[in-house]
Each structure stands twice: as C-alpha cells, then as structure tokens.
Design a protein. Sequence first.
Length: 116
Amino acid sequence: MKIVMIAAAIAAVPSLALAQDDVMSSRFGNTTVTHTESGHEVHMYYSADHTFTGKVTDVGFDLKGTWAVDGGTLCLTYTPAPPTVTNPVCQPVVAHKIGDSWTVGKNSATLVQGIQ
C-alpha cells in the first residue's frame, strides 16, 4: 500500500508542473504587449521550454532569459539583466486568452495573437 501511495505522489509532481505551465500556455506563439508606467512598449514572447525573448519597441532594446511559474507567481530571469533590473523579477500571474487586457502593478498588458 505504501508503494502505491509513493508512486501516486511521484506521478503527481509532473502534473503539478504542467498545471503551473498552463497559466502560460496561451502565451506560446503569441505576444504579451505591455505599456509601462514610464511610457515604454514591451513585446514579450514566451516559449514552452521556459525561455523568453522580448523587445522594448520604442528604444530597440532586446530582452531574453528564462521564466518559471511557482504557484501564482511568474519569475523572469534576464540574461543579461537590463541595467535597472535585479534578477529574478517576480509578479503574480493568471491565465489569459487572446484579447485579454490586465494590469501588472502600474503597467497595462494585453495578449495579442501571433508574433507582433
């Protein structure tokens, strides 16, 4: 009986990881467009392999790194980190669908279809 319980617990671990990634799955192949409080427009592209790329469109600054979801928190680790960023950058995350708009702190974000 103990072996069955241990096997069930081990099997649940990948399911938990998949469930946490589900909040990000709608972003794969699409663009998260963020308008920052300081007036910048940032386009972020998340991949299922836990990497991201992005660009600050108005200044032509490229971004890249890795992402991880832990519970309801998304953490981005930039490589290299922009001058004003301390890694990792973590914020609350929930699932969104194409066309959704939401706020992240003092910034606004929208999930748009495709790579913009």
